[in-house]
Ligand binder design. Structure first.
Ligand code: CU
Length: 83
C-alpha cells in the first residue's frame, strides 16, 4: 500500500469534501480516503498495483475540483457543489 497527499482546490464546504471523498473511493485500488476541507488536501491510501496518483488526480478533476497548488492561474470560478 502507498500513501499520497494531494492538494485539492475549490472545496468550500462539507459537501465538497464528501464529493471528493466519494470520487476517490470510486477509483479502483483506493482503500482509504481522508479529505481535509480546512487543509484543502486529500490523503489517499491506495494499492500501487491498481492505481497511480495520476488517476487519483483525474478523479478529483472529474468531480469538478482542482488539483495541486500550482493550477491554471484562473481562480475564483469554483465549480463545487455550492457554486
Ligand atoms: Cu460545497
Amino acid at each position: 500500500m502507498q500513501f499520497t497527499q494531494i492538494k485539492v482546490t475549490g472545496m468550500t464546504c462539507g459537501g465538497c469534501s464528501s464529493n471528493v471523498t466519494k470520487a476517490l473511493n470510486a477509483v479502483n485500488g483506493v482503500v482509504n480516503v481522508m479529505v481535509s476541507l480546512s487543509d484543502a488536501n486529500a490523503t489517499v491510501e491506495y494499492d500501487e498495483k491498481l492505481t497511480t496518483p495520476e488517476q487519483l488526480k483525474v478523479a478529483i478533476k472529474e468531480a469538478g475540483y482542482g488539483v495541486g497548488s500550482i493550477d491554471t492561474p484562473q481562480q475564483s470560478s469554483s465549480k463545487g457543489c455550492c457554486g
